[in-house]
Design a protein. Sequence first.
Length: 146
Amino acid sequence: MAIKRMDHVGVVVDDLEAAVAFFVELGMERAGGVMPVEGRWVDRVVGLDDVRVDVAFVQTPDGHGRLELTAFHHPVATTAEPSAPANTQGLRRLMFLVDDVDDVIARLRPHGGELVGEVAQFEDVYRLCYLRGPGGIIVALSEEVA
């Protein structure tokens, strides 16, 4: 049996519209509207009771990479460590290849994007940085050096 594709990555956020705006400013596109999700089926899938969430999808312009942004109304979302550092175990970052790292940083700052470290160059190949984004996740940016 083979995997057909990786469908999406789920990101839990506290402010759904702000998270959508952040990723749209990054260059992703909305994929539909906000969808409320609740019912016994979702309780069974996620292993929680009385789940009520709003979900929005954003996708890369080519349509292949998608994020499911989820805001929990019940039960309230929790976090073990707000703004966890990059070396915390688990899913730590989403990496995006962009045309201009400096431009993307400037556009994301008004949407809450904060540099984790600084922009650095890896050999003559990439300029890279980590930004803290919605829900404290790390969004890594990579720019190919010409």
